[in-house]
Design a protein. Structure first.
Length: 653
């Protein structure tokens, strides 16, 4: 029998069968039959060989395709980087748990997939980044610069501080890869341009004017016709997100309030000691009435010349019977005080600078100083009067000191109480009752609330961030203290949690029926508006149609884009329709917020190209080219991606 099997297996028929079986194995591989593999990728990008790019998209991936995986670790790193970026941008408003949505994860993953697609395209186009470009890019990064120049030590320090630390070689490779990823897109964007005719066309469109009339078509009466079960079920299945209930929690909490703490009254001796220790806090500053003469140092006067002139003036001012005000009006370079005889008014210490103050507060009333140098030049100062500083009596500040002492004592008592409560929470992290007993307060509870909802304490943003945090939701532990106001802290625990979910049909049936009826009303409104607009094309008489239906007619001759008439959506539609032929109108309609706007464009005045100087035209050309380049780059990446197969492991997101 074995001999018969050998004979048959060596026949030409058996060999032909083996050859036929070998073909699919060559394309699809057979290594999975011999090895056990544990997949850790989040997405795979498979690109056919260049000679296969014209093959139908339904052809299976084979061993001839180029296959690139996005590992789960890489995805997690990218997602955490996006988390940090969002947290820095949003600050305290950032909600870590709300960030953990499938939509955010898919957005990050899509960026990684686009990178892989571009990397494959760059490799096939033989695009490489040279060492010089990598070096120039690294040297241009501000993080590696000191005083505006690249610093090797700073470069090494920054790389070593990364978590995990990076070597220069690894960072250079990362920069090289990043440049390759962006090179094709940058080339597409940079290749875009705008022609003078496109620029002029845009300017003409912006200047275009239209004579427009319109009526606002009211919504039909509310629909109250029956809705059968099949229609309700079909609508519910088609609109699941409309009936999705947000994540909700209920919490129990205690409030620690510093204002509610009783503290002993401070005795007179303590208040007097506080007053004595206050130093100059309750002292009224000494004031001096001063005048001056300024000699400036400028392009025509050197410092030595200005000092010599100030010395001469100081000598004149010191002579018996000298009129300082007259000397100031004659010689001072200070235009602000020269006309008033150099009067500076009442001055306290710290007003005029150290050198000026030192000279002024060393004078006796009626005396004149020697020349004093400041940033403004050389001054000759005269002290006319002084008001000595005096200490405010204890009786006048006693109540203020008592309030301050009570506030300090209350703060100390609050900190001590908060410490005791926190210690108790650390001992019993799943229970608030013992902590409430120590604080002498009651444990309070809330009903279920979603993000952005809630009342009282539950409406506080800080409380909501903590209440919806993963640790409290999953573990049911007491939170760290959350400050909700000055001197007021809350500790809380999640006692009930309802995950985000689509509500059962029986719970939202009334909402579904209302939505169906509203959709019927909107559909009827759109049909009426569409029929009326179609009739205008043949009659061209919007006024007669409006009068027949009792609708007020609105008109706007020479309307321009952006005018605050009707609605922004309606104005856009009025400028989107083609210009009417002679003797006709261009009609259209827009349904928005439960009403319809039916309009007729009667005539169009073409815009003119306004005079534009070269810088403005260059800016316009660059803006148009940038817009076109971005659109072309996005379309190019989408086209590349459509030629490849992308598989996402949803369970690993």
């Amino acid at each position: 029998m074995l001999q018969k099997l050998r004979d048959k297996s060596s026949s030409w028929i058996a060999k032909a069968i083996l050859i036929l079986l070998a073909v699919p194995f060559a394309f699809f591989g057979m290594e999975q039959y011999f090895t056990q593999r544990i997949d850790t990728w989040t997405a795979r990008v498979s690109a056919p060989p260049t000679w296969w790019e014209s093959a139908p998209s339904f052809w299976p991936v084979s061993m001839l395709w180029e296959d690139v995986a996005i590992d789960s670790d890489e995805f997690r790193v990218a997602f955490e980087q996006e988390r940090v970026r969002r947290q820095q941008a949003e600050g305290n408003a950032f909600d870590p748990r709300a960030f953990e949505t499938i939509a955010n994860k898919r957005q990050v993953l899509d960026r990684l997939v686009d990178q892989r697609v571009l990397r494959i395209a760059a490799r096939r186009a033989n695009i490489e980044v040279g060492d010089e470009m990598v070096r120039d890019t690294i040297r241009s990064l501000q993080a590696f610069q000191v005083d505006g120049r690249f610093d090797p030590q700073q470069y090494q320090l920054v790389l070593a501080s990364q978590v995990p630390a990076m070597t220069p070689r690894a960072f250079e490779q990362e920069v090289r890869t990043g440049l390759v990823d962006t090179m094709i897109v940058d080339a597409v964007v940079d290749s875009a341009f705008s022609t003078p005719s496109q620029q002029e066309q845009l300017l003409r469109l912006l200047d275009e004017r239209r004579d427009v009339a319109w009526v606002t078509w009211p919504a039909p009466p509310a629909d109250d016709t029956p809705v059968d079960d099949a229609t309700v079920a079909a609508w519910y299945e088609a609109h699941p997100d409309d009936y999705r209930r947000e994540e909700r929690v209920a919490i129990e909490y205690i409030t620690l309030d510093a204002e509610g703490l009783d503290v002993p009254e401070v005795d007179e001796a303590t208040l007097q000691a506080m007053y004595d220790d206050a130093g100059e806090r309750f002292a009224e500053n000494e004031e001096r009435l001063a005048s001056h003469i300024l000699v400036q140092v400028d392009s025509d006067t050197t410092d030595a010349q200005a000092r010599a002139e100030a010395t001469r003036i100081a000598g004149l001012a010191s002579e018996p019977g000298a009129d300082f005000a007259a000397l100031a009006r004659e010689h001072s370079d200070d235009v602000g005080s020269r006309a008033t005889g150099g009067d500076l008014g009442w001055i306290t210490r710290g007003t005029m600078g150290d050198a000026f103050d030192q000279a002024l507060f060393a004078l006796e009333p009626g005396a004149t100083s020697a020349p004093v140098k400041t940033d403004y030049g050389w001054h000759v100062i005269q002290l006319r009067e002084l008001t000595p500083g005096a200490r405010v009596p204890f009786e006048e500040v006693r109540d203020q000191l008592a309030r301050e002492a009570a506030a300090e004592a209350r703060e100390m008592a609050f900190n001590e109480l908060a410490g005791q409560v926190v210690d108790e929470v650390y001992t019993n992290p799943g229970d608030l009752a013992a902590a409430a007993e120590i604080a002498g307060v009651e444990v309070q509870t809330t009903g279920l609330f979603a993000r952005g909802e809630g009342t009282g304490v539950a409406a506080n943003p800080g409380v909501q961030r903590v209440a919806f945090s993963e640790a409290l939701v999953e573990d049911g532990l007491v939170s760290d203290p959350v400050e909700v106001a000055s001197g007021q802290t809350v500790l809380l625990r999640v006692v009930e949690h309802q995950a985000e979910q689509v509500q059962p049909l029986e719970d939202v049936r009334d909402q579904v029926v209302a939505a169906i009826r509203q959709a019927r009303v909107e559909e009827q409104l759109e049909e009426q508006a569409k029929e009326f607009a179609a009739g205008l094309v043949s009659t061209g008489d919007l006024a007669a149609g409006a009068e027949m239906r009792g609708l007020p007619l609105a008109e706007q001759p020479q309307m321009q884009r952006g005018m605050p008439v009707a609605s922004a959506q309606a104005v856009d539609a009025m400028f989107a329709v083609a210009p009417p032929e002679e003797g006709t109108v261009s009609a259209g309609y827009v349904v928005d917020n439960g009403v319809a706007v039916v309009f007729a464009v009667r005539s169009v005045t073409p815009g003119e190209v306004p005079p534009v100087d070269d810088p403005q035209r260059l800016m316009l050309a660059n803006q148009l080219a940038q817009l076109a380049g971005n659109d072309e780059a996005e379309a190019y990446v989408a086209a590349l991606r459509s030629m490849m197969k992308v598989v996402v492991a949803e369970d690993r997101l």
